[in-house]
Design a protein. Structure first.
Length: 298
């Protein structure tokens, strides 16, 4: 095993995170040990490597994959490209990349294979509408790395989120809610959460499913969780959408004043973000509330 390569990866990740050796060493080991590890003069124990990985925001497997996957930069480029095409809803390109890479040695096993199969499942649903096969592919991807003896990783929780979305878009809202709640429960067991946007995204999806089930109070509760998390992490990610969703739940449960208040908060966020399409949707919702109030007062 090329431990020298691990040394280089530790140093590279530390610099990427703008951390000093002293900051990385804090609560783990001495600064001198970090220096020796990065210079390849000392090999880390599994426990030390685990805590280093947590602080650097990667799974411990990342270090070992970097040993067995010499072209790690290429693998990461493929993964980044797939995520970009997913955001652009370009599922044909996603499917094509998956088919091209599936039989290459770099993506034959472990986390890399999992990533491909997961995205194949997403593409399968949006391209062909095959719910059963899409769920099967995502579940297969999940099972490549998950087991009953360790907490789910953030990647595995993301795959659960994809399964929930497929159920939601197929109008199987109760199944979707179960999956989203299951995904959220796994966050409780993570030793460290590197990407809070995953958690916020799942909470938002759970609020939308609750709305579709006409569970207004449950929807409001999920929105409040998401809003509080956005505030805690000082993030605008989905904050406007959560305020808007909360307003919809209040409106449908006949709390017009609260709906009006939440819509205005959503509007403020969307104006800051310059999201023109969202601003129009919220303004229409505000007009609907004020219109009902005027009718009621006549």
């Amino acid at each position: 095993m090329d431990y020298q390569h691990i040394s280089g990866v530790i140093k590279e990740l530390r610099k990427h995170n703008n951390m000093t050796q002293k900051e990385l060493a804090e609560d783990i080991c001495t600064q001198a040990q970090i220096s020796k590890l990065e210079n390849g003069n000392e090999y880390p124990s599994c426990i030390t490597l685990y805590y280093i990985s947590q602080k650097l925001g990667v799974d411990m497997d990342y270090f070992f994959e970097s040993i067995y996957t010499p072209r790690l930069d290429y693998v990461n480029e493929v993964k980044t490209l797939l995520r970009e095409f997913i955001r652009e809803r370009n599922y044909e390109e996603v499917f094509q990349i998956v088919q091209n890479e599936k039989n290459t040695p770099l993506f034959k096993s472990g986390h890399n294979l999992q990533f491909l199969i997961w995205h194949e499942g997403i593409a399968e649903y949006y391209m062909h509408g095959n719910v059963e096969r899409a769920i099967d592919l995502c579940t297969y991807a999940l099972n490549i790395t998950s087991n009953h003896y360790k907490p789910y990783s953030e990647r595995e929780i993301e795959i659960l989120n994809s399964i929930g979305i497929i159920y939601k878009e197929n109008n199987e809202h109760q199944k979707a809610l179960y999956v989203f709640e299951d995904a959220l429960s796994h966050f409780l067991h993570l030793p460290k959460i590197s990407d809070r946007t995953i958690q916020i995204r799942i909470i938002y999806n759970a609020s939308k499913v609750s709305y579709n089930l006409k569970e207004w109070h449950q929807g409001i509760s999920f929105c409040e969780q998401g809003i509080n998390l956005c505030k805690k992490t000082e993030s605008l990610y989905l904050l406007g959408e959560l305020y808007y969703q909360k307003g919809r739940c209040y409106f449908n449960s006949h709390h017009q004043e609260e709906a009006f208040s939440q819509y205005h908060k959503a509007l403020s966020v969307f104006e800051i973000q310059d999201k023109t399409a969202y601003i129009k949707v919220v303004q229409d919702a505000i007009n609907e509330v004020t219109g009902e109030e005027q009718v009621g007062s006549q």
